[in-house]
Ligand binder design. Structure first.
Ligand code: BGP
Length: 478
C-alpha cells in the first residue's frame, strides 16, 4: 500500500489573530470581544469585562506580538517546510467599530504584508474571516449576532477583504467553530462566537438559534459574493468536531449519542445542503421557539453552500442516559457527558482519541461528500523549560503522530478526500479557552508567562525537527 499522503497535500499550522498578533490597539484597530476577557485557569474563571478596565490583565493585548514579528515567525514555518498557514483576519482591524462605511487602510495593509510574506516563502494562506472575535461595539450597540444588522456589517467586511486579497488568498472559511454558539450555559462561548450576553428574562435558546441562523445566512451570502469576486476561491465552513459515543451499547445511549451529534450536524446540514434540517424545525416547534428566517434568507442559504468542510479535532465525548448527575467533563456543556474509560485525558480533561479522528472523517465524508480540511489538532500541555536546553516534548510528538497515523488510514484505506492538515498553534500562542500562555501547542517556544513577563524570544522544541521530517517525507515517517 502507498504510504505517503497525496501530492500537493497541504501541510502546516494554524493560529488566530487575537491569540497571536497582539498590537490590540495599534494602527487604528478597534476593541474586539476577545480584548475584553481576562485570563483564567478555566473558561468559567474568566471575566468578561464591560470594556477595557485599567488594572485588569488581558494577555491577548500583547499576544506573542506576531504583528511585529511575523517575518521571523514565517521564517521558522518555512524552515519546517510548511506549504500553508491558517490564520484569521481581525475584523476590528478592518472595521474598528464594525458599522463604519469604509475600512481602515492600515489594517488592510497589515494583512497585505502578512500574505505577501507568506507567499514569498511558498506558504499558502488559509484565512478565517471570524475567529472568536467581532468588534466589541457591535455587542454594546447591537447585541451581537442576535441582530440582523450584524449580517450586513459582516458581509460588508467580508466583501472588503475578499476583494482586497483576491489574488493572494484562495482558501477561506467564514466562522471558526460556528457550532460552539450552541451551549447557552457557556457564557464564554456565547460571547466569543456570537457576541452574546443573555439576560435572565429571555429565552436563551431562541436567541442562540436566531444568532446561529443569522451567522449561517451571513456565511451563505459571503460564499455567493466570493464566487462573483473570484470563481477560483475555495469557500469553507469550520466546525469544532467532537464525535459523541454512547457510553454503553444500550439503545437509549446509542440514540442519545446520535441526538447529541445532531447539534453539530445542524450547522453542517445548513452549510452543505443549504436548508434547515427538519429535526431542527421540529425541535423549534416543540419548544415554542420562534426563529425569523425570511424567504430571501432561505434562498441565500440555498445559493451559498460551501466547497469544503474544515474541522478542529481534539477529542471525543461520551454520553449516557444513566448518570445524569455524575461528574461531567467541562468542554461540552451537555450534562450527560461522562469520562470514556478507554481513553486518557490531557491536563484540561480533553479525552485523547486518535481513532476518533478517523471515525469523524469517515462520518463527515459519508454524510456530505465534500473535501475536508483538518485545520486544528494538537495537544495543549505545559512545557518544562531548562535554561539553555531544548524543550523535550515527546508527549506532543506522540499525540500528533498517533493522530496523523489515523488520518493517513482515513485517506489511504477509507478513501476520504482530505485537502490538508494544520496543527493548532505551531508557535506557542495565548490559549483561547484559558487566555493563558501556559497551555502550549507549539513546535516553537515563546518566552512569555501568564503574568506577561518574558522576552518573547522564539526557540525550537524537539517537535520542530520531528514535524519538519513528517512534512519532508509527505507523511511517510511519523
Ligand atoms: C479551538 C479554537 C482555537 C484554539 C483551540 C485550542 O476551540 O478554535 O482558537 O485555541 O481550540 O483551545 P485552547 O486554546 O483553549 O487550548
Amino acid at each position: 500500500m502507498k504510504n505517503t499522503f497525496p501530492n500537493h497535500f497541504l501541510w502546516g499550522g494554524a493560529i488566530a489573530a487575537h491569540q497571536a498578533e497582539g498590537a490590540w490597539n495599534v494602527d487604528g484597530k478597534g476593541i474586539s470581544v476577545a480584548d475584553v476577557i481576562t485570563a483564567g485557569s478555566h473558561q468559567k474563571n474568566r471575566e468578561i469585562t464591560e470594556g477595557i478596565i485599567s488594572g485588569k490583565y488581558y494577555p491577548n493585548h500583547e499576544g506573542i506580538d506576531l504583528y511585529h514579528k511575523y517575518k521571523e515567525d514565517i521564517s521558522f514555518f518555512k524552515e519546517m517546510g510548511f506549504n500553508c498557514l491558517r490564520t484569521s483576519i481581525a475584523w476590528a482591524r478592518i472595521f474598528p467599530n464594525g458599522d463604519e462605511e469604509s475600512p481602515n487602510e492600515k489594517g488592510l495593509l497589515f494583512y497585505d504584508n502578512l500574505f505577501d510574506e507568506l507567499i514569498a516563502n511558498g506558504i499558502t494562506p488559509i484565512i478565517t474571516l471570524s475567529h472568536f472575535e467581532m468588534p466589541y461595539h457591535l455587542v454594546t450597540e447591537y447585541g451581537g449576532w442576535r441582530n440582523k444588522k450584524v449580517i450586513d456589517f459582516f458581509v460588508r467586511y467580508a466583501e472588503t477583504v475578499l476583494n482586497r486579497y483576491k489574488s493572494k488568498v484562495k482558501y477561506w472559511m467564514t466562522f471558526n467553530e460556528i457550532n460552539n454558539i450552541y451551549g447557552t450555559e457557556n457564557e464564554f462561548f456565547s460571547f466569543v462566537t456570537g457576541g452574546l450576553k443573555y439576560s435572565e428574562d429571555e429565552n436563551k435558546k431562541e436567541v442562540m438559534f436566531q444568532s446561529a441562523m443569522n451567522q449561517l445566512v451571513a456565511s451563505a451570502r459571503t460564499v455567493s459574493i466570493a464566487k462573483k469576486i473570484n470563481p477560483e476561491f475555495e469557500m469553507g465552513c469550520m466546525l469544532a468536531y467532537v464525535p459523541v459515543y454512547p457510553y454503553s451499547s444500550k439503545p437509549d445511549d446509542v440514540l442519545l449519542a446520535q441526538q447529541e451529534m445532531q447539534s453539530r450536524h445542524f450547522f453542517l446540514d445548513v452549510h452543505c445542503h443549504g436548508n434547515i434540517p427538519n429535526y431542527i424545525e421540529l425541535s423549534w416547534e416543540r419548544e415554542n421557539i420562534t426563529v425569523d428566517v425570511s424567504d430571501e434568507e432561505l434562498r441565500d442559504l440555498k445559493n451559498g453552500t460551501v466547497d469544503y468542510i474544515a474541522i478542529s479535532y481534539y477529542m471525543s465525548n461520551t454520553v449516557t442516559r444513566e448518570t445524569l448527575n455524575s461528574e461531567t467533563t467541562s468542554y461540552q456543556t451537555s450534562s450527560v457527558v461522562v469520562d470514556n474509560p478507554h481513553l486518557l485525558a490531557n491536563e484540561w480533561g480533553w479525552q485523547i482519541d486518535p481513532v476518533g479522528l478517523r471515525y469523524s472523517l469517515n462520518e463527515l465524508y459519508n454524510r456530505y461528500r465534500k473535501p475536508i480540511m483538518i485545520v486544528e489538532n494538537g495537544l495543549g500541555a505545559e512545557d518544562t523549560v531548562i535554561p539553555n536546553e531544548k524543550i523535550i516534548d515527546d508527549y506532543r510528538i506522540e499525540y500528533l503522530a498517533n493522530h496523523i497515523t489515523e488520518l493517513k488510514k482515513a485517506i489511504l484505506i477509507d478513501g476520504v478526500d482530505v485537502l490538508g492538515y494544520t496543527t493548532w498553534g505551531p508557535i506557542d500562542i495565548v490559549s483561547a479557552g484559558t487566555g493563558e500562555m501556559k497551555k502550549r501547542y507549539g513546535f516553537i517556544y515563546v518566552d512569555r508567562d501568564d503574568q506577561g513577563n518574558g522576552s518573547l524570544s522564539r526557540s525550537k522544541k524537539k517537535s520542530f525537527d520531528w514535524y519538519s521530517n513528517v512534512i519532508k517525507t509527505n507523511g511517510k515517517d511519523l
